[in-house]
Design a protein around this ligand. Sequence first.
Ligand code: PLP
Length: 438
Amino acid sequence: MSSLLHRLLNASLPIVVGGDGNYLIDQNGKRYLDACGGAAVSCLGHDNARVRAALKAQIDRVAFAHTSFFTNAPAEELARFLVARAPRGTGAGRVMFLGSGSEAMEAALKLARQYHLERGETARHKIIARAPSYHGNTLGALATGGHAGRRAPFQPLLLEVSHIDAAYSYRMQKDGESDAGFAYRMANLLDERIRELGPETVMAFVAEPVVGASLGTQPPPEGYFKRIREICDEHGVLFIADEVMCGMGRTGSLFALEQEGIAADITTLAKGLGAGYQPIAAVLAAEKVIAAIQDGSGLLWNGHTYMSHAVATAGALAVQNVIEDENLLEHVRQRGEQLRKALLSRLGEHPNTGDIRGRGLFWSVELVRDRASKEPFPATARLAQNIQKTALDRGLMCYPAQGCVNGTDGDHVLLAPAYTSTPGEIDRIAELTAAAVS
Ligand code: PLP
């Protein structure tokens, strides 16, 4: 009998006892090929020697010193690393390190509020986000996310957030509508909503540059975020990019937003930052946000006990150095193209495949009951979870992403293999995924 509260969900999970490259091993010696990095986390597999050495060395030096007394070398170096590589506009700013994606989202929302308050814009407290979307599980992040199923039990939520439709090409692009026209139409929903709410009351717009868990790796239509940037600038609204899942190389560039040619005012990072070797997340703030604080109170109105944890930042720094030194972003692009082709060839013609979409090593298959009408399976069928279970039994880890399709849950199988995946592993992932789906 487990004493873990979350095991209420699933009483029969295997016990993990080891990691070997991109495989996890359970108590019976069974090996599982990790095709999803847990939830797009383990981008360097499970036993990277450089990361393990960096973690051990830092523990031997010092593990924890509270940030009100000390800073530490790995946190400072990791912050410099991120600031130097962030998309222009964000790159000139500063970084805060936290423990999880949800915590980073909470901190990002508070930072946006502080920015406006420091400037005397006291009425700017409203948040606009998109649906479907997922921004975390703490109450502020949950209220920001546009996932009806996860929000429902907690209504009324602590924050009032206004949601616009996400740019969900498969279901929302009209017949004959160009990609550019679709991008412009969907981005303009933000302009309309800001005007409806009153621009002087809106604090921030929040979006995942490439949507993950709620919508199955949905890249934006070209030009969408350029228009979003224009709208935010026109109305003095901050743009918060949630790169918790899609950031740190997952889509083939270090920051997903780089590929859109714009920068956010505040960016959150988590999963690929530490690759799961330690819990770590980050919030990056653009220079204009920092300047508002420096010209105002001069204090950050946010703090957590484990901020800038020395072991977590040392591990994440090693992860990022491995990705850069081993040119793994190029790997992500090449193996990602291989995965795209393999999924298309194995599942492209399947009668229940609605869409196959993604970018870099971040791919999903959306499953539908009927290809012509795009009717999803009923939520009660728990299709994505059943595929996850079937795949796990056969030694493959894939992630069930469930969105919100016209009020019912849509099913997506999400794949986010390690950046170190070999061509053979990518082929095996496509083969086992197709078998589990069938
Ligand atoms: N934001 C996005 C885009 C996510 O995908 C997630 C988690 O899946 C979160 C935030 C929350 O991160 P965490 O689970 O580390 O709190």
